[in-house]
Ligand binder design. Structure first.
Ligand SMILES: [Ca+2]
Ligand SMILES: [Ca+2]
Ligand SMILES: [Ca+2]
Ligand SMILES: [Ca+2]
Length: 138
């Protein structure tokens, strides 16, 4: 039987789970210990095992306070967050799931801390997700 080098590498990559959506093999790197490999973590450096991304831009809610999708976290995003915070829970006027950074269906102190971090940083991310919408998510 004859194996090509390419065939061997492909089999090796498949065995590692490289490129698959559900990564079951050993992690190649996981700086934030959330169980998602750094290579495609949508919030690199912040533990967000669910990878929730309600606006679908490739930046996880845990690091995406850019609610108006203009690439920066600024005054208009603060206004949105303020409305979210006052609303508190789904169903209330002003509630926006994009503000729920920790995925607990409530906008509270932890979400404010995440927003604050994004505001200080000035931009959403960083995300390593391959199909993220750049520049909305650096
Ligand atoms: Ca993460
Ligand atoms: Ca997002
Ligand atoms: Ca913004
Ligand atoms: Ca929350």
């Amino acid at each position: 039987m004859k194996f090509s080098l390419l065939g061997f590498l492909l089999a090796f990559a498949l065995a590692l789970g490289v490129g698959s959506a559900s990564f079951a093999g050993p992690l190649l790197g996981d700086l934030d210990n959330d169980g998602v490999d750094d290579l495609w973590d949508n919030c690199q450096g912040i533990a967000n095992g669910t990878q929730t991304d309600t606006d679908g831009d490739g930046c996880g809610n845990a690091c995406d306070a850019d609610y108006d999708q203009n690439g920066t976290v600024g005054a208009s995003d603060f206004a949105t967050f303020r409305g979210c915070f006052i609303a508190g829970t789904p169903g209330n006027s002003g509630y926006n799931a994009n503000c729920d950074s920790d995925d607990n269906d409530t906008i509270g102190a932890a979400d404010f801390a995440a927003f604050r971090a994004g505001f200080i940083n000035g931009t959403p991310g960083p995300s390593k997700k391959a199909n993220r919408v750049v520049p909305f998510c650096p």
